[in-house]
Design a binder for this molecule. Structure first.
Ligand SMILES: Cc1ncc(COP(=O)(O)O)c(C=O)c1O
Length: 419
């Protein structure tokens, strides 16, 4: 398995080894996680419901427990932007692991964290950073910062927006609200209003922040109309409301630009997913005007975590930023993404392509069924959109052209073929 390989299937999908692992999984993991996905597949009448169980990955390839080789068109939820197991990032992580796997968050920082603070600010043009371990952490840090900086408590977010499932981010979620948010409604704050993504907004005066994905990821790889984000910025600025860009999915080159919002600088910027090259690390970046409202620590750090700025995560993130630059992955995402989008648009049965760069939604009938058929042919894809109306394609930015061609051929074969 080189990372650039086409699928090589030795067994049915999933094979017997994957099925045996899933049986073990189902005995002990909370059913809200993988098993629930299986039940949903049953409820929509999919022929097979078990997932494959991953064993190894490199580049754009994943090998499962049966030795089947797949092409990962999701980059593991958008994490493996530089490819799975990139050698430079593995080396950076291993070296740091052998030296200092853990420091002491807010109490005793370490070298890598300080280097990453500097590097992240240099590449994004932001001034200050709060690290976290998940995307939800970054969103939570941004919301708290907005509260501190403005003294206001309300947040405006958008339908179709996905910001994570921890309490603060869940309150702001506008995607599959019935499934994700409603069961916990009485334990969540009621300080968030939702309006249509790309549509009008109310008077922003009461709001601490507007929380927006410049390109909605899970919501369907959706871009707002041209100029909408700029107008939203101007309206927010006029009344002292902060703008938070959630670029956890779209950031770090995926959209064909380093940041999907381009030169439009938010007050607060959330990054995660691809940042750690597979290590769970996220960042909320801010302008000094927004972040300095926190004031100096008076003894207790009032926003911190045990694993804040973990040294291994910071070392790997430094590696990711270097690889993105050295391998010119932002430009690659733009050019290969444009080729991929054009090729996908020509597949009979594809109604539309949304998104840009390596962040594409392929809109078609029966995207759930096609998702499963693609897996049967060795291509890992996920549905996206409020009604699962599209396939979400977010491959590694390093994916080989032959793998993209293979995906287009497989999609043409899957659309319209019997289940
Ligand atoms: C735009 C966006 N924000 C936030 C999150 C939440 O990140 P995490 O699952 O790491 O908490 C996601 C996850 O998919 C996301 O796509």
């Amino acid at each position: 398995m080189t990372g650039d390989d086409l699928p090589l299937l030795r067994t049915a999908v999933p094979g017997p080894a994957s099925r045996a692992w899933v049986d073990r999984l189902a005995r002990h993991e909370c059913p809200a996680i993988t098993a629930r996905r299986a039940r949903r597949a049953v409820s929509i009448g999919a022929a097979d419901t078990d997932p494959i169980v991953w064993d190894e990955a490199v580049g754009a390839n994943v090998r499962d427990a049966d030795g089947n080789v797949f092409v990962d068109l999701c980059a593991g939820f958008g994490v493996a932007s530089v490819g799975h197991r990139h050698p430079a990032i593995v080396a950076a992580g291993q070296a740091q692991l052998a030296r200092l796997p853990h420091a002491m968050g807010d109490a005793f920082p370490d070298l890598r964290r300080i280097e990453l603070l500097e590097r992240l600010c240099a590449v994004t043009g932001m001034d200050r950073v709060i690290f976290g371990t998940s995307g939800s952490d970054a969103v939570e840090a941004a919301l708290k910062t907005a509260r501190v900086a403005t003294g206001r408590g309300r947040v405006l977010a958008f339908t179709g927006g996905y910001h994570g499932l921890a309490a603060a981010s869940l309150a702001a979620l506008g995607y599959h609200v019935h499934a994700f948010r409603e069961p916990f409604a009485d334990m969540l704050g009621h300080h968030v209003d939702h309006v249509a993504f790309g549509g009008d907004w109310p008077d922003l005066t009461p709001y601490a922040a507007v929380l927006v994905e410049p390109i909605q990821g899970r919501g369907g790889m959706r871009e707002p109309p041209a100029g909408w984000l700029e107008r939203l910025h101007a309206a927010a600025r006029a009344v002292g409301t902060l703008v938070i860009h959630d670029e956890i999915y779209s950031g770090l080159g995926r959209s064909g630009a380093l940041l999907a919002a381009g030169a439009l600088r938010p007050d607060l910027l959330c990054l995660g997913k691809a940042l750690g090259g597979g290590f769970p690390i996220s960042a909320c970046l801010g302008t000094s005007a927004a972040m300095d409202a926190w004031g100096a620590s008076t003894g207790e750090a009032i926003h911190t975590q045990t694993f804040l700025g973990n040294p291994v995560g910071c070392a790997m993130a430094l590696g990711v930023l270097e690889v993105i630059e050295r391998e010119q992955l932002v430009a690659r995402a733009a050019t290969e993404g444009a080729w991929f989008a054009a090729a996908l648009a020509n597949v009979p049965g594809v109604r539309a392509i949304s998104g840009r760069g390596m962040m594409l939604g392929v809109h078609l009938d029966d995207s759930l069924g096609v998702t499963r058929k693609m897996l049967d042919r060795g291509y890992i894809v996920l549905p996206c959109g409020e009604r699962a109306e599209a396939l979400g394609l977010t491959p590694p930015l390093t994916i080989a052209r032959a793998q993209l061609e293979g995906a287009v051929t497989a999609l043409a074969a899957c659309i319209g073929s019997p289940a």
